[in-house]
Design a protein. Structure first.
Length: 312
């Protein structure tokens, strides 16, 4: 008898618990009958379609890579190529203002941004800003210190990198002062002598350090993007592990003392460039194929970050 009573009590408790759960669910998640649906108006979500710009203004700022030095086709380096690519890809008109000056270091580019009112107005009106910087900072120092001892050479470049870090940060801040929204696409630098001296780690390390410094400064600026060209333009056609190993095996120069930048430039004069992406006229700047690659990488980054393409 006691067992039957216990079962009845357990059954009643179970029924009460189920009833409480159902009541609770109905309280917190009330079901609307078909009769009440008319009293609750349905919300219509209107999606706002993005409107693409018909004209895009690009301000290209920087050194000889922006100016287009080495482009034997006289197509303005990556800038005019970008105009054509934007037209064919997005069916829009790209107006590019080129403020590239060969030989300028980061401090000189910064000075122009601070003082050149025409450049300032171009930055203010830009939908896209591109920048090449750092190459002259490093390679002017290489010319100066290439005859120094390895210790002095390394120390000098480390000090220069610290100074460069401040200058490139100030440059990006100054650009942002005139335009707070347009995306900034910043190219890294490369080693134009790599295919001749692949085993000289001091130069390769210096290029890497400068790129890391630029990349860090870019990461601290809003809507700014770093475009790496080092591996592609430095190694040229020697991209595979096998090709690279053979290239290094064929080079006898092992340290900075085995080379002098000024002698390299004179020795290479009137010879065909070994790197398929660099110019045979100066063995330093990209040739048309090299600028094609720079344009491809720039456009790829612009496609990934397309805020420049649409109207507000």
């Amino acid at each position: 008898m006691k067992k039957i009573t216990d079962w009845i009590i357990m059954l009643i408790v179970f029924v009460v618990i189920v009833a409480l759960v159902v009541l609770g669910l109905n309280y917190y998640f009330p079901q609307h009958s078909t009769n009440n649906q008319s009293s609750s108006p349905t919300r219509t979500v209107h999606k706002i379609a993005k409107v693409q710009k018909k004209t895009v203004h690009v301000t290209a700022l920087g050194d000889s890579l922006t100016q287009g030095v080495g482009d034997s086709k006289n197509e303005g380096g990556y800038t005019k190529r970008l105009t054509k690519k934007l037209k064919s890809t997005y069916h829009l008109k790209a107006i590019i203002s080129n403020y590239g000056i060969a030989g300028e270091r980061s401090d000189q580019i910064l000075k122009r941004v601070k003082e050149n009112t025409k450049l300032q107005n171009s930055l203010k009106n830009a939908d896209v800003i591109t920048l090449t910087v750092g190459g002259n900072d490093l390679f002017q120092a290489l010319q100066k210190y290439s005859t120094s001892s390895e210790g002095k050479f390394t120390l000098s470049l480390e000090k220069l990198n610290i100074k460069y870090a401040t200058q490139v940060q100030d440059l990006l801040k100054q650009v942002r002062h005139y335009n707070s929204t347009a995306p900034i696409y910043v190219f890294g630098i490369y080693n134009p002598f790599f295919v001749y001296f692949p085993n000289i780690t001091q130069i390769n390390r210096a290029v890497t350090n400068f790129n890391e410094t630029t990349k860090a400064a870019v990461s601290q600026s809003s809507s700014a993007y770093f475009i790496s060209v080092d591996k592609l333009l430095s190694q040229g056609q020697y991209q595979s592990s096998k090709a690279l190993a053979e290239l290094k095996q064929g080079s006898t120069a092992k340290s900075i003392s085995d080379m002098q930048i000024s002698k390299i430039e004179s020795n290479l004069e009137n010879t065909k460039e070994k790197n398929i992406y660099l110019s045979s006229s100066d063995h330093f700047h990209p040739n048309p194929t090299g600028y094609d690659q720079m344009t491809r990488l720039l456009l790829r980054s612009m496609k990934t970050h397309e805020q420049w393409l649409y109207k507000d």
